[in-house]
Ligand binder design. Structure first.
Ligand code: G1P
Ligand code: ZN
Length: 542
């Protein structure tokens, strides 16, 4: 029943910021998914008889790869697979299941916020036993294995029934189909004061959550409508669709524009939120105010003690390097450490495991805590609701008083998508060449005080990750950061992160792009964005 199939390597299976992401037709090539999954198993040791968690965000090709992964897990000697009903598990829910059931690891099928469908994106990610993304030493081993792989093992059995909960036998391995939502909802009830949120909502506080036709639909329906009592219809686009209804399931101001417009109207609900394809990102918009992810991280950290799960306070805060320094000021006031990591959630795992950080976040709409080892979109929404239920102030008032206390970090990210790869690499190389000579130079009123290519020294395992983004720091704390995306599937995406700290409350009401205009111009002057990419403007501004 177990077959060993001969195969030949593909040379493009290098995992990026968050697993292997490619277009669906790439994954549909003969043995493409099989090679990668076998390379994962070949890079691991000691899983005989252990549990593997498998689930995905429901995008096109999800079910097919879930069948393959289960049959290969059986053939490779796992003792048990836990799989979400219908092949569905949000990324944070998968992380929770791995931890709760002490699984050896998990395979999460997702391309996150990237579009889905027959010609769109698909992805495979391996998570380790702590529930978090595999660290670089494992992803490097997987990649090395993909380059020499010559066979894979698979159980030659009928397709597994993924739609009925319960256990079944697959070639001597047990497969249990579980409800994707139950364990996750139970964890949220432990962390947050559901009674307080329920009474806020029953007092007429209006919540709207856009699941963007992606995986959080069933989770948000159960938690926000069924358990917290929000009226039916509060959760929008709650049916996960293989192509996300043709949209980018990316909760930002471009792709969640309708929600933004609704929240800026005179009759806006009190609180609006959205999550992405696999449920790990969040968008938070109060009536009349978009909360930047960097500000949201700082605000959540400053107020987390108001939720039962964090009443003992925070051990530390971690943020990715391009994320604004707003959280740093909160850490300073709380007298706790702030850790600055490279982009990508995998760098938070060690800090969380070691108890050094409690809350983590990225400017890319990812926030989370030590409750799992992934960022968690609904968690951020519920922590916000818990804070609002206790403070009984509006989102806009809470944000404004936060700025008054800590100062405001004006912040924006400009993305140039699907740029020619050679041009993008040339731009980065040219920036690197300027690093030594930039400090001391002035551009108008802006004087460069330091410039480097960010390197991270992991305080827990001592590993060093180099070339994680070019930072140009100006006098007064403003900065511009440049890096190339590690999650795109066509061409290159240049990300430019722009930040200015403004302590003066009387200057907190400026439109963000206007507040950053001089830095934006200097970024172009230094990097030659327009001339090198041929683009007049970013594709996406967040
Ligand atoms: C992007 C974000 C990063 C996030 C990752 C996975 O990676 O910038 O913060 O962790 O997606 O959601 P990038 O495309 O920039 O490499
Ligand atoms: Zn995601």
């Amino acid at each position: 029943m177990i077959k060993t199939i001969a195969t030949t390597p593909y040379d493009d299976q290098k995992p990026g910021t968050s697993g292997l992401r490619k277009k669906v037709p790439v994954f549909q090539q003969k043995n493409y998914a099989e090679n990668f999954i076998q390379a994962i198993f070949d890079s691991l040791e000691g899983f005989a008889g252990e549990t593997l968690v498998i689930g995905g965000d429901g995008r096109f090709y999800n079910r097919e790869v879930i069948q393959i992964a289960i049959k290969m897990a059986a053939a490779n000697g796992f003792g048990r697979v836990l799989v979400g009903r219908g092949g569905i598990l949000s990324t944070p829910a998968a992380s929770n299941i791995i931890r709760k059931y002490k699984a050896f690891g998990g395979i999460v099928l997702s391309a996150s916020h990237n579009p889905g469908g027959p010609t769109e994106d698909f992805g495979i990610k391996y998570n380790i036993g702590n529930g978090g993304p595999a660290p670089e030493k494992i992803t490097d081993a997987i990649y090395a294995r993909t380059k020499v792989i010559d066979s894979y093992k698979i159980a030659d059995v009928e397709d597994i029934n993924l739609d009925n909960e319960g256990a079944q036998d697959v070639a001597g391995m047990s497969v249990t189909v579980i409800d994707p939502v139950t364990d996750y909802a139970a964890l949220m009830e432990e962390l947050f004061d559901f009674a307080a949120i329920r009474s806020l909502i029953s007092s007429g506080f209006n919540v709207v959550f856009d699941a963007m036709s992606a995986v959080t639909g069933p989770y948000a329906k159960e938690i926000i409508e069924n358990r917290l009592g929000a009226p039916k219809g509060s959760v929008l686009n709650f049916v996960p669709l293989p192509d996300f209804g043709g949209h980018h399931p990316d909760p930002n101001l471009v792709h969640a524009r309708a929600l933004y417009d609704q929240m800026m109207a005179d009759d806006a609900p009190d609180f609006g939120a959205a999550s992405d394809g696999d449920g790990d990102r969040n968008l938070i918009i109060g009536k009349g105010i978009f909360v930047t992810p960097s500000d949201s991280l700082a605000l959540l950290a400053a107020n987390a003690h108001l939720a039962p799960g964090y009443s003992a306070g925070l051990a530390g805060i971690a943020r990715s390097m391009p994320t604004s320094g707003a959280a740093d000021r909160v850490a300073e006031k709380l007298g706790i450490k702030l850790y600055e990591t490279p982009t990508g959630w995998k760098f938070f795992g060690n800090l969380l495991d070691a108890g050094l950080a409690t809350i983590c976040g990225e400017e890319s709409a990812g926030t989370g805590s030590n409750h799992v080892r992934e960022k968690d979109g609904l968690w951020a929404v519920l922590l916000w609701l818990n804070i609002l239920a206790v403070r009984k102030e509006s989102v806009i008032d809470i944000v404004h008083s936060h700025w008054a206390t800590y100062g405001r970090n004006y912040y924006s990210r400009h993305d140039y998508e699907e740029v020619d790869s050679a041009a993008a690499n040339g731009l980065v190389t040219a920036l690197r060449d300027q690093l030594a000579t930039l400090p001391g130079k002035s551009f108008g009123a802006l004087k460069v005080v330091a410039a480097d290519d960010f390197a991270y020294h992991d305080p827990v395992d001592g590993s060093v990750s180099k070339n994680q983004g070019i930072r140009i720091l100006f006098e007064g704390g403003s900065r511009v950061v440049f890096r190339l995306s590690g999650t795109g599937t066509s061409g290159a995406t240049l990300r430019v992160y722009i930040e200015r700290f403004e302590p003066d409350t009387s200057r907190h009401g400026i439109e963000t792009q206007a507040a950053l205009a001089d830095l934006i111009a200097v970024a172009d002057e230094i990097a030659g964005i327009r001339s090198r990419t041929g683009r007049d403007a970013p594709s996406v501004i967040t």
